[in-house]
Design a protein around this ligand. Structure first.
Ligand code: UDP
Ligand code: MG
Length: 320
């Protein structure tokens, strides 16, 4: 009888994973709003796993204060900035929830959606419920344009479901979480990984809001690197393109040679040939660099370096 009552009272645990890089301005509001939102969820408790990704402001200090004041709050502090992907992976590895959800610290992922996400994964039979950002209101127009183009290209190159607006804000059940953890690659591109592991995902739309405080951690060059990482991690299309372009250019070079020889113009053909040789060289260099990129990714994987290094952690049950 007692067992039955205990079983009935057993609540689910939702792990809220929050990567934080220099978020001292945003964190108090995030903690307040997220705590309010989870208190509204019946049938589940939550734990916060904050991951301080080598912040240089007071983020680590704030997280330590949270963990001392609230036993649901746990934190990891990295020894340096390893990037959001590494922070998400660390959060996942340290989460013990039946369900895990990723949230940005700047309130761009509305905590009010947590209740609906939990309802969907718990009762509707989905493995994952994810936020679909419907617009890019308030964002720098150049960034919006580049991001849209990138998602268009990556969708075609990788044959994976990684559309614009499909971000990291998602709640996954244990089965999907464990599958994501199975992918231990060094070059991590989480949006690709989510899509790669599959499972049933329900998308719920939300409007973009500007970050509550602090600044975005991305600039054009880091976004470009992130985009290249995504394409190179999940597609070999650029390398295949090198082969196709090489074949086309070789044919063009042969045809030009034959035409200039047959037409008997001799030297007149040289400027054209010179252009062609230069162009060919340029393209060869470009594609050598594409191949180099793949090799460098493989090189980093073969070193088997840790994805992140933890300097300090606090608030975990085994520590208290
Ligand atoms: N972030 C991180 N490490 C980084 C960059 C960002 O942990 O190297 C975190 C950041 O603190 C935030 C989330 O990732 O919680 C999203 O970052 P941001 O808001 O700067 O990205 P945006 O919304 O502009 O794409
Ligand atoms: Mg943001």
């Amino acid at each position: 009888m007692n067992n039955i009552i205990e079983a009935k009272e057993q609540k689910d645990l939702i792990s809220i994973i929050v990567p934080c890089y220099n978020e001292e301005k945003a964190l108090p509001a995030f903690y307040r709003e997220a705590s309010k939102a989870v208190s509204d969820i019946q049938g589940a408790d939550c734990e916060f796993i904050f991951v301080d990704d080598g912040s240089r402001d007071r983020t680590a200090e704030l997280l330590q204060n949270f963990s001392q004041a609230d036993r649901r709050c746990r934190y990891l502090s990295f020894s340096r900035n390893f990037g959001k992907e590494a922070a998400m992976y660390a959060g996942l590895q340290n989460a013990s929830g039946d369900y895990c959800v990723f949230m940005d610290a700047d309130l761009q992922h509305p905590p009010a959606l947590l209740k609906e996400m939990y309802r969907v994964v718990k009762y509707e039979g989905y493995d994952c419920c994810a936020g679909l950002r419907e617009d890019r209101a308030g964002e720098n127009p150049l960034r919006s344009f580049l991001a849209r183009s990138f998602y268009h290209i990556i969708g075609r190159a990788c044959h994976l479901d990684m559309g614009d607006g499909k971000g990291d804000f998602r709640m996954m059940n244990r089965a999907m979480t464990d599958s994501v953890l199975e992918l231990k690659e060094y070059n991590r591109y989480m949006k690709g990984i989510f899509s790669f592991v599959g499972f049933e995902t329900k998308w719920i739309p939300f409007h973009n809001v500007e970050r509550t405080a602090g600044e975005t951690k991305w600039n054009l060059s880091s976004l470009f690197r992130y985009a290249m990482d995504g394409i190179l991690s999940f597609s070999t299309a650029p390398a295949a393109l090198a082969g196709t372009a090489g074949a086309v250019l070789l044919t063009a070079a042969l045809l030009t040679g034959i035409i200039s020889a047959v037409s008997g113009h001799g030297l007149d053909g040289i400027p054209l040939l010179a252009c062609l040789i230069l162009g060919l060289n340029g393209i060869q260099m470009l594609f050598l660099s594409v191949l180099g990129q793949y090799m460098s990714k493989e090189y980093m994987e073969s070193k088997r370096r840790p994805i992140y290094i933890v300097k300090k952690k606090g608030g975990f049950p085994s520590q208290t």
